[in-house]
Write a protein that binds this ligand. Structure first.
Ligand SMILES: [Zn+2]
Length: 243
């Protein structure tokens, strides 16, 4: 018979005076060190490789939810969110993803309802899409006020501000966007169809934007981070299609 005896040590103080101390949420054995008081995982898993991280994040962008990732990959959702945060910080800015403006392009504007934590906490998403490039030129998150509409206008790169714009009949658009280039139209005109269609894509891909599900944002920070991630990568994909 071959027997192997392993003596575990505290990863902080190297003491062997440690005892088992329950399991964490991912069912990993934890210990308590009587010498230094540390509570840690007994046998930490190997660190994830960059490509594994990207695969797990990618599944999240295909309607998997964070708890689903926890179950499938046996990984804490806190860790996935930390990766996401780090990943989004390294992405280019939205402006850097935009293709050069084409003079006869048109911007379609619209707003979509979403909420954070509870339905009463409405977080409208306002967006402008380029009809030629199918890229999101600017987006904002906030209440449905004129101020948010102004923010959307200010976020448009200067080169895009001279383009013709179409929106629904929400008064704020008429107050903020220049009268010479802006037109308010009904949905039946089809002039905002690309923007409306994009919201379907967003809802199809990210569970937290789907109505009447248990997937929803619990914090404003991640509501913004996830949308920024989706929009930026969407724009990058669109620019590759155009080349
Ligand atoms: Zn210790």
């Amino acid at each position: 018979m071959i027997q192997t005896i392993i003596t575990h040590k505290c990863s902080r103080c190297e003491s062997t005076n440690i005892v088992k101390n329950g399991h964490n949420k991912c069912s990993n054995q934890q210990y308590y060190c009587k010498a230094c008081g540390a509570h840690r995982v007994l046998e930490p898993k190997q660190k994830y490789k960059q490509e594994d991280k990207e695969t797990i994040l990618q599944t999240y962008k295909e309607r998997a939810n964070l708890r689903g990732s926890e179950r499938i990959f046996d990984i804490s959702r806190i860790t996935v969110l930390a990766w996401l945060r780090e990943y989004v910080q390294k992405l280019p800015t939205l402006r850097e993803t935009l293709l050069p403006v084409v003079p006869d392009d048109v911007l379609e504007l619209d707003e979509m309802y979403s909420f954070v934590f509870k339905k009463e906490n409405k977080n409208w998403i306002g967006t402008a899409i380029s009809r030629k490039h199918r890229q999101i030129v600017a987006f904002v998150i906030g209440d449905r006020s004129e101020a948010i509409c102004k923010r959307l206008w200010k976020r448009l790169p200067l080169a895009y501000r001279s383009l013709h714009t179409f929106s629904d009949f929400w008064q704020a658009y008429q107050n903020v966007f220049p009268k010479e280039t802006h037109r308010s139209v009904g949905k039946e005109s089809g002039e905002t169809a690309h923007m409306e269609r994009w919201y379907n894509t967003l809802r199809q891909r990210l569970g937290r934007f789907v109505r009447k599900t248990l997937s929803f944002s619990k914090s404003d920070v991640y509501h913004h981070i996830v949308l920024k991630w989706f929009v930026t990568e969407y724009n990058m994909e669109q620019s590759l299609l155009t080349i």
